[in-house]
Design a protein around this ligand. Structure first.
Ligand SMILES: NC(=O)c1ccc[n+]([C@@H]2O[C@H](COP(=O)([O-])OP(=O)(O)OC[C@H]3O[C@@H](n4cnc5c(N)ncnc54)[C@H](OP(=O)(O)O)[C@@H]3O)[C@@H](O)[C@H]2O)c1
Length: 313
C-alpha cells in the first residue's frame, strides 16, 4: 500500500487508515486477527478517540498491542476534547473542552488505556467555542516535551480556526480529520459550484481542501461510506441506487467491490488524502484495501460524483 508523509512531518503513513470507533464489541481474538490482517495489507496507522466506546475501544486495542504487535511498527493517533457532564455519555450531556487541563488529563487517560508511552499524533476532536489557543499551545508543549505526543493535528476544524490554533503554537499541525466521501463531498461542491446560486455551493468549511494543500496539511477522510451526518451508508441504499449501479459497474471493470471503488474515489483526489475506514469485518477490510491499487480515470471519478446526485454547473 502507498504511504505518504503526513503534513510537514516525516511520519510515513498508509493512505488507508483503520478507524477503531466500532471495535468495542469485537471479541479479542477477532480484533487481533483484524488488526494483524490490516498490518499485513500495509495499513500502519490506527485511529482512536477517547470517546470511542467511552474508552473501551482504546482498552480493547491495548490487548492487541500487548500481545500481537510491536508498538514501534505502527502509528497510533487519538483525539480528545469531547466530554460528558455526569456519568451519562448521552448526547444531551455532551460538551466540548479544549482547556489545557482537560487536554493533559485526556492524554494521560488515553495512554493508560492504550498501554503505550506515547501517541504518534494527538488530535483535537472538534472545535470548542470557548477554546483559548494559548492554553492549547501550552498543553502541546508540555505533551511534546514530556515525550507523550510526537505530533499534533486537528479534526473537524474550519480553515480559519485551524490557522487560529496554528498561529499560537510552534508545533506544525499536520492533519485535519474531516468527513468526506461520495455521499458527503461538501468540500468539493463548494469549489466546483463557486459563484452559482446552488444550495450545495455553500462554503461550510472556509475552503479547507485548498487550505490543506496550501499549508501542507494531510486531510483524513472519516466515514467514507456515509451520507448526510451519520444518516446511513451509501452501499445498497435505495436512495443511492444510481450511485450503487455506477460503483458496481466501475468495480467490475477493475475487479474490486463497490466499497473499494468508493475509497478509490477519495484516494484519486490529488490532495493525497487518507481514508479512515471503520469496518469490523476482516473480509470487507481485505476487499476495501484493494482500492489502493486502483487509480480511477477522470471520467470514472466524475461519473461517481454525478451518480451520487451532485451537479456540475
Ligand atoms: N473525527 C471525527 O469526528 C470522526 C467521526 C466519525 C468517524 N471517525 C473515524 O473514522 C472511522 C470510520 O468511520 P465509520 O466507521 O463511520 O466509517 P465507514 O467505514 O464509512 O463505515 C463503517 C460502517 O459501515 C458498515 N459498512 C461498510 N460497508 C458496508 C456494506 N457494504 N454493507 C453493510 N455495511 C457496511 C460497516 O459494517 P462492518 O463493520 O460490518 O463492515 C461499519 O458499521 C472511525 O472508526 C473513526 O476512527 C472520525
Amino acid at each position: 500500500m502507498e504511504k505518504i508523509k503526513l503534513g510537514a512531518s516525516t511520519l510515513e503513513a498508509s493512505r488507508i487508515v483503520l478507524g477503531c470507533m466500532r471495535i468495542a464489541d469485537m471479541e479479542d481474538k477477532a480484533l487481533a486477527t483484524h488488526v494483524n490482517r490490516a498490518i499485513e495489507l500495509g495499513i500502519n496507522l490506527f485511529d482512536h478517540a477517547d470517546i470511542y466506546g467511552d474508552g473501551e475501544c482504546e482498552y480493547k486495542f491495548s490487548k492487541v498491542l500487548a500481545s500481537e504487535v510491536n508498538r514501534e511498527d505502527i502509528l497510533i493517533q487519538s483525539k480528545c476534547g469531547i466530554r460528558h457532564a455526569g456519568n451519562s455519555t448521552s448526547k444531551e450531556n455532551e460538551y466540548y473542552d479544549l482547556s489545557k487541563s482537560h487536554i493533559l488529563d485526556s492524554v494521560d487517560g488515553i495512554l493508560e488505556r492504550l498501554g503505550t508511552d506515547y501517541l504518534d499524533i494527538l488530535m483535537l476532536h472538534r472545535p470548542d467555542a470557548l477554546m483559548e489557543p494559548r492554553e492549547i499551545a501550552e498543553a502541546f508543549d508540555h505533551l511534546h516535551d514530556s515525550g507523550k505526543v510526537r505530533h499534533f493535528g486537528l479534526s473537524n476544524f474550519h480553515a480559519a480556526q485551524f490557522d487560529f490554533v496554528q498561529k499560537h503554537t510552534d508545533h506544525k499541525l499536520i492533519t485535519n480529520q474531516v468527513q468526506f466521501g461520495a455521499g458527503a463531498p461538501h468540500m468539493i461542491n463548494s469549489r466546483m459550484q463557486a459563484n452559482t446560486p446552488f444550495e450545495s455551493a455553500g462554503d461550510r468549511d472556509g475552503g479547507l481542501l485548498d487550505h490543506a494543500r496550501l499549508h501542507d496539511i494531510t486531510l483524513q477522510a472519516w466515514s467514507p461510506f456515509h451520507y448526510g451526518y451519520f444518516d446511513g451508508i451509501i452501499m445498497d441504499d435505495p436512495k443511492y441506487e444510481a450511485l450503487n449501479n455506477v460503483l458496481e459497474d466501475i468495480g467490475e471493470a477493475h475487479g474490486i467491490t463497490k466499497n473499494a471503488v468508493a475509497v478509490a474515489w477519495i484516494l484519486r483526489h490529488p490532495a493525497d488524502m487518507q481514508t479512515i475506514i471503520g469496518t469490523t469485518n476482516t473480509s470487507r477490510l481485505e476487499d476495501i484495501v484493494k482500492a489502493s491499487d486502483v487509480k480511477l480515470t477522470r471520467e470514472e471519478w466524475y461519473r461517481i460524483y454525478k451518480a451520487a446526485g451532485h451537479i456540475l454547473p
